[in-house]
Design a protein around this ligand. Sequence first.
Ligand SMILES: [Zn+2]
Length: 148
Amino acid sequence: MDCKYCDFLKHGHLPDGMQPVGRVNGADALLLIDSKHPGRCVLVSPWHVRDLFDLLPTQRSEFLEAVSRLAKVVSTACAADKVNIAFYGDLSDHLHAHVVPKWRDGPCWGDAFNLQPTIAEEPGAGPFSNLSWTDVNENLRGLIRTGN
Ligand SMILES: [Zn+2]
């Protein structure tokens, strides 16, 4: 099986452009280095299934609770005007959720976020103009650790 998320869960190999920020209700949250949407995370299902409807009801409930909690963390950490949540998976057989902060005056407001990340050395957008990726990561990590 060639699954980047199982490779991460079983062997700790991080997918390209992602950094771990913690576990939320049993699911791993990864910060995606995307300067267009700094603070954007991917929440990885603990189970290798393709779709939400492939999970058992208790698993689905746990994972959706994790998505909701992570969305609150991202909203708070990023001072977002809205957090978009998306389940795509066209190119991955491993269920994951995109949790994406948006700002009224930021990229893609009123439209779907751009799935392809804009990789840059500094976050550089929204409230992060003076912060490094390490700062963004630590902000998310701190909120996840304290359960907010
Ligand atoms: Zn997998």
